[in-house]
Design a protein around this ligand. Sequence first.
Ligand SMILES: [Fe+2]
Length: 71
Amino acid sequence: MLQPPSDPTDVVAVIRGVIASEEEAIAHYEKLIELARHHHDYVSENLAIEILSEEEAHRQQFQGYLKEYSK
Ligand SMILES: [Fe+2]
């Protein structure tokens, strides 16, 4: 779970924490997709795929911030 960094002004640490959280969310939805598919629950599978794409977009956004703030 995302915890605040020891230095709250450390923007790069915060960004890295967010990326780690997004990656946990992505792994969670990937598992959910597999589980839903296994049980032929296509509506849940579809919903999880939609949410997964949002989480991947968040990760990409914060990877962009990391690139910007790591300069
Ligand atoms: Fe997210």
